[in-house]
Write a new protein. Structure first.
Length: 191
């Protein structure tokens, strides 16, 4: 599989995951509490557990793992190790390399992408001899954009904003997607 095909596969998994009725209902509950301060926050771990259960039942996923730790290249970071949220292998694909997935959950688009780019920094520090990831994909979920710079941008303008603010990383527009989680006020950014 090519990197682009990896991305298309992961994106299809993510989109199908967020179409599940029970997931949509829980997301609505997280946001529907009366007061903004009472909203359930920090549900990224819940999301990862639900996604793990989803992957385990998926007929096109041969194997997967969660919270996989890799040694870091000390020339690139002071940290000893980096942990990736998920790795997976599609059925009938190379058994020696995996697709990596990082999850982020925040309340605004700009904060979400900032945290997602930090995850790329983390993964880029993995020691080459330990790296069995053939591609890495980031999935971010946010509620609304409260930042003045990005608050009223269209999806196309948000993609441009993401590309302009991705620092040293060259993001290919064909590998970026933004979509709403239908039935909720949550949105997803994928790259």
């Amino acid at each position: 599989m090519t990197v682009k095909q990896d991305g298309e596969f992961v994106l299809s998994l993510v989109k199908d995951f967020f179409k599940q009725k029970d997931i949509v209902e829980k997301l609505k509950l997280f946001n529907n509490l009366k007061e903004e301060d009472d909203r359930i926050r920090g549900w990224e771990t819940w999301w990862q557990v639900e996604f793990a259960l989803y992957l385990d039942r998926h007929k096109k996923v041969a194997e997967w793992g969660r919270e996989c730790s890799y040694d870091c290249d000390k020339r690139k970071t002071d940290k000893n190790s980096a942990t990736i949220d998920f790795w997976l292998r599609k059925k009938n694909c190379d058994t020696s390399s995996f697709i990596g997935i990082e999850f982020k959950q925040a309340w605004s688009f700009s904060k979400t992408i900032r945290e997602m780019l930090n995850d790329i920094d983390k993964i880029c520090a993995i020691r080459d001899s330990d790296d069995d990831l053939r591609s890495l994909w980031n999935v971010g979920v946010y509620l609304k954009d409260i930042q003045h710079k990005t608050k009223n941008l269209s999806n196309k303008e948000k993609i441009d904003y993401l590309k302009d603010n991705s620092g040293e990383y060259e993001l290919t527009e064909s590998c970026i997607d933004l979509f709403d989680i239908k039935g909720t006020e949550f949105k997803v950014v994928f790259f």
